[in-house]
Ligand binder design. Sequence first.
Ligand SMILES: [Fe+2]
Length: 312
Amino acid sequence: MDKRVRVDSLRGIVMRGPGLAATLPFYLDMWGLKLAHQQDGAAWLKGTGPEAFLYGLKDGPVYGIDHIHFNMPDEAAIDALHAQVLREGGTALGEPARFDDWIGGYGFEMLDPDLRRLRFRAGGLRHDEKPEWAMPKKVSHVVLNTPDMEGVQAWYERVLGFRVSDYSADQMVFLRCSSDHHSIALVRAHYPSVNHVAFEVPTLNEFMRAIGRMKQKGHVPSWGPGRHGPGNNPFAYFVSPSGFVIEFTSELQQIDEVTHEAQVWPRDVPEKMDQWMTAGPPTPAQRAVMQGRPDPGFPELVPTRMDREATR
Ligand SMILES: [Fe+2]
C-alpha cells in the first residue's frame, strides 16, 4: 500500500482577470450559482452543496487562475501533506496556519510546476445543503493546459498523491484524488492556461434542464451536449463573458481504487470520444477558446534562495 499522503478532494477555484468581478450577474442569473461572499471587489459563488464557495471572480492583470482550492480531512492531514511537499521538493508558500479569510480553517498554499497557486484547507465554513432543481452542486473538475504534461502529471502523483484514471491518446491525462474519475486533467499544450472548469448538477435530467436554462437566456453550448468516453460524463461547454470555458456535467464515473485500471482511449474512433454521437468533434473555435490565454501563474511568489535559507 502506497503510504503517500493524498489530497482529499476538490472544493473550488478562484479565477482572475481584467473585469472579471463585473461578470457576477452572468453566474447568478444564468449559470445558477448564488452569492456567498463579496469583499474588496471580488465575489465568491456557492452551489447547492455544502462548500463555502465553488467559483470565485477576482479582478487581476491576467486571465487565469487565482488559486485552486482543495480539501483535507483534518489538521493532521494538512501537516502531513505539507511535510510531504517539502520532502518532495515542492514550493510551499509558508507553514500551515489558520486562514484569516472569510472561510477560516487551517492549511497552506503552494505553487505547482506551472506556478499555479494551490490552496489546501481543512475545515472552515460550510453551508447547509439546499437542493434546487438543475442548479450546480459542486465543482466537478478543473482541466489545465500545460507545456509539460508528463512532468506535471508525475508531480501531481508524487507530491500530492493523485492517481491516473485514464489517458486520451497521448494528448490528455485524467487525474483523481477522490472517487471522482478526475478532479484535475492535463492537456498537452504550448503554454500553461486554464482549459475549462466543470460544474456538476446531480442528475442527467437536471443537466439537460441546466442547458435549457442557458438556452432560454440566449446562451447555447459552444460544444455539446454529448457524452465523453473517459469519465463517461455528459458534457455541455459554454463560454463565459470573460472568455473562460465552463462546463455542465453529471454522473461522472466513480472509481474503485482497488480494481480500476487506467486505459488509453483512442481519438480516432468517434464513438469513443462522443458516445451519443450528438456533439461531434470540437470546432476550431472551440479548440481555440479551450487553449486559453497564457497564464503565468505567480512567479512573484516563488521563494528566493535567501527566503528559503532564512526559514531553515
Ligand atoms: Fe470537462
